[in-house]
Design a protein around this ligand. Structure first.
Ligand SMILES: Nc1ncnc2c1ncn2[C@@H]1O[C@H](COP(=O)(O)OP(=O)(O)OP(=O)(O)O)[C@@H](O)[C@H]1O
Length: 322
């Protein structure tokens, strides 16, 4: 098998804007900057693994060609060495002249929403002071965490989760290039698990490929520590029929034998309930219980107790509806 020593998310990171899958509108607008030869400051928002960093790097390559590495710098705002290091690096990069005939440089600041309001205010001044020599591309999950004066200085691009078809296509393409046989069930399982996050999808594929060069859905569920949809359906069905012991057994099997994390079980139950056919009042109650358990666990409550309590609440709500 070729290339198993490299991380596939890097190996298959699109090198040009044209190679990116999905995000068609954004890609088209970014290409128009390249055609015009100029660029405003940009703010990329959206969930993980949907192409924000990829687009920034591809944009720099298209603007600068061979000199892109001299004129492009990627920094992470949540750098563990501290905000001062980031601030100094930003200033140092932004104030020096572009190289190789370029008219400006590009600084890509990932996780910009990790900056405090004060740090963002300082960044705003840096953006203004060095706008002649440097364009900023800020990337974050939620634009609401970025102060208004920065938002108003940037063209905002909202990246969406990639659609299932686009993820599936890329998964098939990578599998084929790597000489891996993959069943359609496994492609679907990966697409479902990824929830529009291409990084998650390619990592799931590479994880399963460690087991074999022929991948089926069971391997995908095993290596990603996720439950099969039928297993979640069984847990919910048992609770809906009031079979507490049965539902408890199904839950314990998933968590203890399969090693599936509590928040993953919650997440999968949530998706199944939202999509599933069940009386509205029961659906509402189940979603409420899931939200409550999710919150309590995130606040540090004992996960095992909360999960059993969740199943108990499922059963109680089902009995009330009956
Ligand atoms: N639109 C896309 N087309 C093809 N591959 C993609 C796309 N988006 C992401 N990928 C793949 O997923 C990997 C991670 O994507 P990227 O680093 O661009 O995510 P991101 O949106 O910047 O996420 P984060 O906010 O977590 O940094 C890339 O290396 C690439 O392999």
């Amino acid at each position: 098998m070729e290339g198993n020593s490299t991380i596939w998310i890097e190996k298959y990171r699109p090198q040009t804007l044209a190679d990116m899958v999905g995000q068609a509108e954004i890609v088209e607008r970014l290409r128009s900057y390249v055609r015009s030869g100029d660029l405003p400051h940009l703010l990329f928002t959206g969930p993980a693994g949907v192409g924000k960093t990829t687009a920034a790097v591809a944009l720099a390559k298209e603007f600068f060609g061979e000199t892109w590495q001299m004129n492009f710098r990627e920094l992470n705002a949540s750098d563990e060495r501290g905000i001062d290091v980031v601030r100094n690096q930003i200033k140092q990069f932004a104030r020096t002249s572009p190289l190789g005939g370029a008219t400006f440089k590009i600084l890509f600041l990932d996780e910009a929403d990790a900056l405090t309001t004060d740090a963002q205010a300082a960044l705003r001044r840096t953006m203004e002071n060095y706008a002649m020599t440097c364009r900023f591309i800020l990337s974050c999950n939620y634009s609401s965490k970025i102060i208004d004066p920065i938002q108003s200085r940037c063209a905002i691009y909202r990246f969406k989760p990639l659609d299932g078809g686009a993820v599936a296509e890329q998964v098939r393409r990578v599998a084929e290039t790597e000489g891996i046989e993959i069943t359609e069930g496994a492609v679907l399982a990966i697409t479902e698990i990824a929830e529009g996050d291409m990084r998650k999808a390619l990592n799931a594929l590479q994880g399963a490929a460690i087991l074999s060069t022929a991948i089926d859905e069971t391997m995908v569920y095993e290596t990603t520590s996720t439950a099969r949809p039928e297993e979640i359906a069984e847990l919910l069905d048992l609770s809906m029929t009031g079979d507490f012991a049965g539902a408890q057994g199904a839950l314990r099997y998933l968590m203890r034998d399969r090693g599936i994390a509590p928040n993953e079980v919650i997440n999968q139950c949530f998706k199944a309930v939202v999509r599933g056919e069940m009386p509205t009042a029961l659906k509402v109650a189940y979603i409420d219980h899931l939200g409550e358990a999710d919150f309590r666990i995130s606040e540090g409550a004992d996960a095992e107790i909360q999960m059993e309590a969740l199943v108990a609440l499922f059963v109680l709500s089902a009995q009330k509806q009956a």
